[in-house]
Design a protein around this ligand. Structure first.
Ligand SMILES: C[S@@+](CC[C@H](N)C(=O)[O-])C[C@H]1O[C@@H](n2cnc3c(N)ncnc32)[C@H](O)[C@@H]1O
Length: 430
């Protein structure tokens, strides 16, 4: 029998509260609920996590004592209940009764009274409970991250926070080797799909509403892919030339690799590497759908495999593992999982990756360093430190950057209805 949707959401949230990523916790849960409830389950999980810092601060006021770790599912259910009352159009009485009823599916009948009391008190005292929140909780951000955004991007903080708290747009990348953007926009228009052109990437199209990719004209045939507009800047900045050898060193699931190949059909070779063999399967699938060719290699960028010879690549893309602080709206679990002290660890890992890859670049070659982070500790500081330690590395002259200019590159900021928050710095070997 299918699992109750709110109980399923509560269990997903409990796993994230216990340290698992949403990408790990959600897919098995989607299989357990009725197909018609999958959209609601997804909305409850994403929405509760997007609002979690605020909902947790409300719960702190509503609970007389904290719940035990073994009752994280009840905590998840209460967060999900508050989310419905605060941020959805589900009528209050329906949200309360469905959430209270889910305690049975969780096999925690003792929690029925608690859920009922907490949610009803929230409805009675909503105004005063919300008025008690500090600025970070009211903005549904962990305090350290709220402060970091204000410190680093004071003029843009409100917009970044608004973007982080909302669903991202669905953005497409037209396969420019097969179809022009204007022609594809016409195809969409004829299919009754409302869309508009992006302004940063010549290949980007914004859909007015998200939809199933299978219903996009030519998707299965490889005419188009789903990719954020800021992510499309990578291939444009790298601007690979005919016959060049390119290494995409952190390639999975392959969005940027495929774009590089679409943009330069006469490339010498593209090597798509990733440390995670499971994730490389997605690269193979994307290459196949888009009818593109690359050499797919499992390897650690910090200590690349010997088959990748020194001085053998004209271009290297390093889309480094990072905090994902620029794509929180797509990965809202980051609000709960990431800690301030993680940033230094990412910085060290990124330094190791840059140092490991640099010898593979030919003299005169270029390396594009990218992250989906907004934080200096993973961006400007990493590049500055690398430049100081690497005598034959320097900043490339005048790349066609977009967004905010920084001392070593550019930062796209997450924008409601616009791009994600990505950082780029283009280096060259002397
Ligand atoms: C931001 S994602 C890359 C997204 C990809 N470039 C795209 O556009 O589809 C970062 C990737 O780095 C990989 N990774 C993490 N550490 C790595 C390492 N030491 N060497 C190679 N890949 C690594 C992860 O497995 C992950 O797939």
């Amino acid at each position: 029998m299918a699992l109750d949707t709110r109980a399923a959401a509560a269990r997903v949230l409990a796993q994230v509260l216990g340290g698992k990523s949403l990408n790990q916790a959600l897919p098995p849960a989607l299989e357990k609920v009725a197909p018609r409830d999958r959209g609601l389950l997804q909305q409850l999980c994403y929405g509760s996590l997007r609002q979690a810092p605020q909902l947790q601060a409300l719960l702190d006021q509503l609970l007389t004592k904290p719940l035990r770790d073994k009752d994280r599912d009840v905590l998840g259910l209460l967060l999900c209940g508050l989310y419905q009352l605060e941020d959805t159009r589900i009528p209050d009485h329906a949200a309360v009764s469905a959430t209270v009823a889910a305690t049975r599916a969780l096999k925690k009948p003792w929690a029925k009274g608690l859920a009922n009391a907490v949610l009803r008190r929230f409805l009675r005292e909503r105004e005063s409970l919300l008025a008690n929140l500090d600025a970070a909780s009211a903005a549904a951000h962990p305090p350290w991250f709220f402060q970091a955004i204000h410190r680093q991007w004071p003029r843009h903080a409100d917009r970044i926070i608004a973007a982080n708290n909302n669903q991202p747009p669905m953005t497409l990348r037209v396969n420019s080797s097969r179809v022009g953007r204007d022609n594809y926009l016409r195809d969409l228009n004829e299919a009754g799909i409302k869309a508009s052109a992006g302004t940063i990437s010549a290949d980007a199209i914004y859909l007015q509403s998200p939809m199933d990719v299978a219903e996009l004209p030519g998707f299965e045939d490889g005419l188009v892919s789903v990719q954020d507009e800021a992510a499309q800047l990578a291939a444009l900045l790298l601007a690979a030339e005919p016959d060049e050898r390119v290494l995409d060193a952190c390639a999975a699931p392959g969005g940027k690799s495929c774009h590089i190949l679409e943009r330069q059909p006469r490339l010498g070779e593209l090597v798509a590497m990733d440390v995670d063999p499971e994730r490389l399967i997605r690269v193979e699938q994307n290459l196949e759908r888009l009818q593109l060719q690359a050499s797919v290699v499992v390897g650690d960028a910090a200590g690349p495999p010997e088959q990748l010879a020194k001085n053998s690549f004209d271009c290297i893309l390093v889309d480094a593992p990072c905090s994902a602080s620029g794509v929180i709206r797509r990965h809202p679990d980051v609000k709960l999982l990431r800690r301030e002290q993680d940033i230094a660890g990412f910085g060290e890992q990124q330094q190791g990756i840059l140092a490991g890859l640099w010898p593979l670049l030919k003299p005169g070659g270029r390396l594009l360093y990218a992250t989906c982070s907004l934080l200096d500790g993973e961006n400007t500081e990493v590049v500055q430190q690398f430049l100081a330690a690497t005598p034959d590395a320097r900043l490339a002259a005048q790349p066609p950057y977009a967004g905010e200019t920084t001392s070593v590159g550019c930062q796209l900021l997450p924008d409601p209805g616009g791009p994600d928050g990505l950082f780029y710095s283009l280096l060259e070997k002397t």
